[in-house]
Design a protein around this ligand. Structure first.
Ligand SMILES: [Zn+2]
Length: 696
């Protein structure tokens, strides 16, 4: 296989490609001698007969690691050149590593064979179109791949073994550092530690990551972040706390003090650059050593946090701002939350037997997007259940709990205060340091002095900001709030049941009292109606109520809608009712918009009389009856109605007109001819005459 015998004049007419590939930056830096080896290859090509201007170097993929050829434009260019028959020889160090994976390698061999391109490496020159050479090359490629596999396995295996002993270095999460004995310990920086603790404490209290962010931003507390790369690597900066960071903290099991490795699984996407990471369930983690170092939270708390986050994600959104209590009987107005989508539910009222009835309705996107309402739940029963729970919850024993909560509020305020003082103190130290550095620089070194002065000014500005923020927060009335609330809570205990049940208490007051105790109430209509009361302070109470409907017949029109139809039918025709219901974004039991047909269906199946029956019962007359009563032609009666002399309505959708029996003296007219008294109805008379003439 050695020897210039393989090189023909045809090969020498074409270009010699020197393919340079080094699979990582590490190699680029460390293996500088490879440049010399490449130069050696060039000389050998020249010895075989190629001119130096015929030798082209392809090294476009330097620094890219390559387990698949698809990313490497240099390799692709090489393949293209060979395929076009421009290459006489392809040269490279350890040629079998041209393409690390067999597929790429065999493809290049195929193409080289077809294009009659030679291959040259330090071991010799090969002609892939010759069986023996090709066998050898193929073997080399396979060997190379196997080698790569072994290398990787050894590397990862070593890593896992180290991890199993808990000795593999993992970047410590914020709030931890490695001490000199390579043990993870709490970050000795008090400000960092407190901020991390505050995240967990706030979540414990509020049960919502968003609330944690809101708390930090309302109190003006910054969160530490360690810079990972760049010239300032390792430095801790304080930045605004973001939602994603809170989630990151809460989902990270390492805050329980557990040594954890292999929580995710990577999957390479075919022929692509992207790698997908999937979070694995707990029992599939590669290494899990509980209590390997001190924890910010317990493992139990971690698990309960995960459950809370899952529940939040499922749509128990607590983030909507509550609306102020208004008049109206619906107790949960403004605090009812849809258990299906997490939005605030609205209240709709209708009247049944002279009493207002409330309905909680989640219209979600119904208004903007014309979709069916998300949930409709009749307020009757729900309001009573919640009232009951509230009255039961407010006992002298529960007040103790309430007072504890307020103690905690005060403690939290103190904690916030400490954090702020630390923030100010840090800013002051940094400003002093900057000043010190500025003072030390020699005056003739203008450039450095300018930079240091700018930094000093910047630090002074940050100090002023921190002080302002501290002043703002400490001026807010922490103590006033807690003592005021304490007084109100205490007075509630003795008075609540009496005041609550007093019919003279306006609904608005009842709602105000409710809001002192309850954060929100989540309603979910399933096989039963599930009610979750979230009390102030984060505790919850779950309750159920049977559906007002027969549970086997969920497709039936919701009771609330049947009641609305009943109320509307006294004034509207079926078509008008359908329009009214659709305008309120309501849907039938099967989720369809209302039509004349299904409104009529609801009416007949619930025996709700229609508008015609209502009016007839109230003594209204048909056109014929009216005409005979007035002794006029029916069309004259119609004219009377049109002129406002008689009151008439369209009583059904086929156009039947019903007339209200006239009060006082009857209007009169010559039957079928003209009006007797033109002085009273001159306009009408002309009209009727015209109509009679056109009839003739
Ligand atoms: Zn909803």
């Amino acid at each position: 296989m050695n020897g210039p015998g393989k090189v023909t004049s045809d090969h020498l007419r074409r270009i010699a490609y020197l393919y340079v590939r080094q699979s990582s930056l590490h190699q680029v830096n460390d293996h500088r001698e490879s440049t010399a080896r490449q130069y050696d290859l060039k000389r050998r090509a020249q010895a075989l007969g190629w001119r130096s201007d015929q030798i082209v170097v392809i090294d476009e993929d330097q620094g890219l690691s390559g387990s698949s050829g698809s990313l490497r434009s240099g390799f692709q260019r090489l393949v293209a050149e060979v395929g076009l028959g421009r290459a006489g020889v392809v040269m490279g160090l350890e040629v079998s590593r041209f393409a690390r994976s067999s597929t790429d390698w065999h493809r290049l061999l195929e193409i080289c064979a077809l294009a009659e391109t030679l291959i040259l490496d330090e071991d010799g020159i090969y002609d892939p179109s010759h069986f023996n050479d090709r066998l050898l090359l193929g073997l080399k490629g396979t060997m190379s791949e196997a080698e790569l596999h072994v290398l990787r396995a050894r590397l990862i295996g070593g890593q896992i073994n180290k991890a199993r002993r808990g000795e593999l270095y993992l970047r410590p999460p914020i709030g931890y550092i490695y001490n000199t004995h390579q043990q993870m310990v709490f970050d000795p920086d008090e400000q960092v530690q407190r901020a991390v603790r505050l995240v967990f404490e706030t979540f414990r209290r509020s049960g919502s990551a968003k609330r944690v962010v809101q708390h930090f931003s309302a109190e003006g507390i910054l969160f530490p972040r360690r810079i990972v790369t760049g010239p300032r690597a390792g430095e801790v900066v304080f930045v605004l706390l973001e939602h994603s960071r809170v989630l990151h903290l809460l989902h990270n099991p390492r805050y329980t003090g557990a040594y954890v490795y292999g929580r995710t699984r990577q999957r390479k996407v075919v022929a692509g650059a992207a790698t997908h990471y999937r979070r694995l369930p707990r029992d599939e983690w590669k290494v899990f050593i509980p209590n390997a170092y001190p924890g910010y939270i317990s493992w139990e708390e971690y698990e309960s946090n995960q459950a809370k986050l899952r529940a939040n994600a499922a749509g128990y959104g607590w983030d909507r701002r509550r609306s102020a209590p208004r008049e109206g009987v619906a107790l949960l107005q403004g605090i009812a939350v849809c258990g299906r989508c997490g939005r605030r539910m609205r209240v709709q009222y209708y009247v049944k037997k002279g009493r207002p009835i409330s309905t909680y309705i989640c219209v979600r996107d119904a208004i903007q997007r014309g979709e069916p309402a998300c949930q409709i739940i009749l307020g009757t029963g729900i309001d009573e259940t919640v009232s009951q729970a509230v009255l039961e919850s407010v006992t002298p024993a529960s007040v103790e709990v309430a007072l504890e909560v307020f103690e905690e509020l005060r403690a939290r305020k103190a904690e916030v205060d400490r954090l702020h003082r630390a923030q100010v103190e840090r800013a002051r130290q940094e400003a002093e340091l900057a000043q010190h550095q500025y003072m030390l620089v020699r005056p003739e070194n203008r450039l450095v002095a300018d930079t240091l002065e700018r930094q000093w000014n910047e630090k002074l500005r940050q100090l002023a900001e921190a002080e302002q923020e501290y002043a703002r927060v400490s001026s807010s009335d922490a103590h006033a709030v807690s003592s005021e609330d304490r007084r109100r809570i205490q007075s509630l205990v003795s008075d609540l049941p009496r005041v609550w049940n007093d019919p003279r208490t306006p609904s608005r007051e009842r709602k105000r009292m409710l809001r002192l105790l309850v954060e929100d109430v989540t309603l979910l209509r399933e096989e039963v109606i599930r009610i979750q009361i979230r009390w102030k302070g984060g505790a919850t109470t779950q309750m159920e109520r049977p559906l007002p409907l027969n549970a086997t017949d969920l497709r039936r029109t919701p009771t609330a809608i049947v009641e609305m139809v009943r109320a509307l039918a006294t004034e509207q025709t079926d078509a008008q009712i359908a329009r009214t219901l659709n305008a309120r974004s309501l849907r039938s039991g099967t989720g369809m918009p209302f039509t004349v047909r299904n409104v009529r269906h609801v009416r007949t199946s619930y025996r709700i009389p229609g508008l015609v029956e209502h009016l007839r019962r109230a003594g209204w007359l048909t056109a014929t009856e009216m005409a005979s009563m007035l002794q006029v032609h029916p069309s004259t009666a119609k004219c009377f109605a049109r002129e406002g002399i008689l009151r008439a309505v369209r009583a059904d959708d086929r156009g039947q007109i019903l007339y209200e029996p006239p009060h006082g003296p009857l209007p009169t007219a010559i039957p079928g001819k003209k009006l007797r008294d033109r002085r009273v109805y001159p306009k009408l008379a002309a009209h009727v005459r015209h109509e009679v003439q056109s009839d003739a």
